[in-house]
Design a binder for this molecule. Structure first.
Ligand SMILES: *Cc1c(COP(=O)(O)O)cnc(C)c1O
Length: 359
């Protein structure tokens, strides 16, 4: 067996020790006599898994008691439509910051339900920066302000929490949750698919402040109603049990790594090293404004795009996979989430230098 360094944007690399633990527990979880996949979601064994999942996430992110944590399905994409339905609370407007492909998608899906005010946009710069918050036009009549803390495709990341001028702040953290310390109390709602930095595809977490719950109209299906899922421990229907279990293992791994603050230091070091290698080369280039360069997704282009194919082929021959950039921006992209070891980033840097030397 030869496992490669996997730079995929998502689903993405898992900590190897988590995969090994899942393998060991595949046929029988503890003394339950069965696999996690075969357990009743309401049974005593799965209850242990579900309770640990929530309490570990609460501990890692220091989630205050007045927030509910939901584990849902449908990905972050479902949330693009569910957030306006659950949070508008009789209002007709919501404000959005447009900083890349994912916030653009959130905007277009929300437009079905409300009048979307785009408070700021970096589309003019081809999404290579974050517009200065001093110039944001935030409509006070909005039900909330939405932003995407890390644009997975464009490699643009907010360096701090924006001022929402008193509106509930809603954030898509799909690709940088658990990668850096956050102050949950600054937010009304945080959502994230698991498959970038937290677990397998098929789990979506929603962290929502109590006072925002219970305002969804009756037309919202119960499984998509935050208040109803909160009252039912996210088990209004059968949850994605095995995915909850795997997500729980990733959280335990992260705790063993020293938690979010410790992994953040490693993420800073890994990304700084890679950007430094890109900046000092004459073959590779990253177009994003320095303060907003993502620590998680590092896109770069080759000065000569005719070398793209050769770069991909040679990288794979060196055990470095999934470096092709998103089709909308081209070039390359290295996603270096929590589970990517420093050795993987170093192997990429060494390969890039060697490729530049020989081309
Ligand atoms: C991947 C991603 C999504 C979409 O997630 P799905 O689980 O496929 O719906 C949304 N937002 C961001 C920032 C992402 O990285």
């Amino acid at each position: 067996m030869s496992r490669v360094y996997n730079f995929s944007a998502g689903p993405s690399a898992f900590p190897e020790s988590v995969l090994q633990q899942a393998q060991q527990e595949m046929l029988e979880w503890r003394d339950s006599g069965m696999s996690v996949m075969e357990m009743s979601h309401r049974g005593k064994h799965f209850s242990i898994i579900a309770e640990a999942l929530e309490s570990d996430l609460r501990e890692l992110l220091a989630i205050p008691a007045n927030y509910k944590v939901l584990f849902l399905q449908g990905g972050a994409s479902a949330q693009f439509s569910l957030i306006p339905q659950n949070l508008l609370n009789g209002k007709s407007k919501a404000s959005y910051i447009k900083t890349g492909a994912w916030s653009e998608k959130a905007i277009s899906d929300a437009q079905v339900y409300c009048d979307v005010q785009v408070s700021a946009s970096s589309e003019g710069s081809k999404f290579t920066t974050i517009p200065d918050s001093a110039g944001w036009q935030i409509d006070e009549q909005s039900a909330y302000l939405h932003y995407t803390s890390n644009e997975t495709i464009h490699g643009v990341e907010f360096s701090d929490v924006p001022d929402s001028k008193g509106l509930p702040l809603v954030c898509d953290m799909s690709s940088n949750i658990l990668s850096r310390s956050i102050d949950v109390s600054r937010y009304g709602l945080i959502y994230s698919g698991a498959q970038k930095n937290m677990g397998p595809a098929g789990v979506t977490i929603v962290i929502v402040r109590d006072d925002l719950l219970g305002h969804a109209p009756k037309t919202v299906p119960p499984v998509f109603n935050y208040a109803e899922q909160a009252e039912n421990g996210s088990m209004l229907n059968t949850p994605a049990t095995y995915n909850w279990y795997l997500t729980g293992l990733v959280l335990q791994w992260l705790k063993a790594q020293g938690g979010v603050a410790a992994i953040e230091q490693r993420n800073i070091a890994k990304s700084a090293k890679l950007y430094q290698a890109i900046d000092k080369s004459s073959l590779y280039q990253n177009p994003v404004d320095l303060p907003f360069r993502s620590r998680m997704n590092v896109p770069f282009i080759l000065a000569n795009t005719e070398l793209d194919k050769a770069f991909i082929a040679a990288s794979e021959a060196n055990g470095l996979f999934e470096l092709k950039g998103h089709r909308s921006v081209g070039g390359m992209r290295a996603s270096i989430y929590n589970a990517m070891p420093e050795a993987g980033v170093q192997a990429l840097i060494d390969f890039m230098a060697e490729f530049e030397r020989t081309h």
